[in-house]
Design a protein around this ligand. Structure first.
Ligand code: AN7
Length: 350
């Protein structure tokens, strides 16, 4: 049985005798080898880390369990976050488990329907902001300074601590770090957390190597790549529609210390990778999560040689959160009346 992130990795986390150890079953996510994509892309080994298998369907649960445990330990009664959707789903679920109030601020009409449904069903106090994520985060940073509520965004270092456990799991499974880690970049907390995890295991001698960190933003929301804040970020991948990432400097440090890159992919490249991942590996990620694979495909097409490399792409969230992204552009499919002959006819069998 998976004991959860707090118990399994407590020696590596800010756990004290006063920290409540609980779990919704986060962590221990699959690392799936993808032979068909290896052939197509020309990698020696390609794995997808399926973070959509966490309890609320994204990687956020790893950090949220630590942030909420520390909030409880400090006597807090409420947590608050800005979110493009997944952080708020996770905050709402862990708050519900522990009996805390979750207050979430999300961009109005700009989060995937599954994520909004999660916040509603878990009983969060929701504010739909007439503004974008960056504005929501700046309000949350302001209000959590003024009021007795705990900040649950990844500016809270406990979030990063929990999220680094995904890097530990990759090393625990492979026996070493991959050569490359491809990862979507939005607010840049996750790339920061993975790098911290790889670095810590390396220092402890649990891995002999560290990966190059390959972060990918969406082209219309690529402040780090462009070197300036984007006031009105745009992308179909709503989870990473972020123009002023909170962990900007830490992400560029991870890039530089690891010898990696932070680059961008277009919405078309993201959606092509999203479809390829589903049709060639049976993995349904949400659009933002496919930015990692889109990045790998982009670099391999540009001539980068992965034929001797072990590559991990982080698939950060499940596609079931954002079925609109598929259904709105779906090709027409077969329909038939309810009898065998009609179905045979529709299939061209007679
Ligand atoms: C599926 O939920 O920022 O670079 O508010 O949901 O650590 O921000 C989500 C981000 C990638 C980017 N993939 O990670 C939020 C939020 C998915 C995400 C990212 C997000 P960060």
């Amino acid at each position: 049985m998976n004991p959860g992130v707090l118990v399994k990795y407590k020696d590596f986390l800010p756990v004290t005798p006063g920290t409540p150890l609980f779990s919704l079953g986060e962590g221990d996510t699959p690392l799936v080898r993808c032979n068909r994509l290896e052939t197509e892309i020309g990698c020696r080994e390609l794995y997808l880390k399926l973070e959509g298998c966490n309890p609320t369907g994204s990687f956020k649960d790893r950090g949220m369990v630590v942030a909420v445990a520390k909030a409880l330990e400090s006597g807090s009664k409420a947590i608050m976050c800005a979110s493009t959707g997944n952080t708020s789903s996770s905050a709402a679920a862990y708050a519900a488990y522990c009996g805390l109030t979750a207050i979430i601020i999300v961009p109005k009409n700009n989060i995937a329907p599954g994520k909004l449904a999660q916040a509603i069903v878990y009983g969060a106090k929701i504010i739909a902001l007439k503004g974008n994520f960056d504005q929501a985060l700046s309000i949350v940073l302001n209000l959590t300074k003024k009021h007795p509520v705990t900040l649950a965004n990844s500016v809270n270092p406990h979030r990063i601590e929990g999220q680094k456990t995904a890097a530990f799991e990759i090393i625990d499974t492979l026996g070493q770090a991959p050569d490359y880690l491809f990862i979507p970049v939005g607010n840049a907390g996750n790339i920061t957390a993975y790098w911290k995890g790889f670095e810590e295991y390396y220092q402890l001698g649990r891995a002999k190597n560290k990966p190059a960190m390959m972060g990918f933003q969406a082209e219309g929301a690529a402040p780090i790549v462009r070197g300036h804040v984007i006031d009105d970020p745009k992308t179909i991948a709503s989870a990473i529609r972020i123009g002023n990432p909170a962990s900007w400097q830490k992400a560029t440090a991870a890039r530089d210390e690891s010898g990696g890159v932070i680059d961008m992919v277009t919405d078309d490249e993201i959606m092509a990778a999203h479809r390829l991942m589903a049709t060639k590996t049976g993995v349904f990620g949400e659009p933002a999560s496919a930015a990692s694979l889109a990045g790998l495909i982009k670099l391999s097409r540009k001539g980068m040689d992965f034929s001797k490399k072990r590559v991990v792409c982080v698939i950060t969230g499940t596609g079931l959160k954002d079925t609109d992204a598929v259904l709105k552009t779906a090709e027409p499919f077969l329909e038939a009346p309810a009898n065998s002959a009609a179905v045979e006819k529709a299939l061209g069998w007679g």
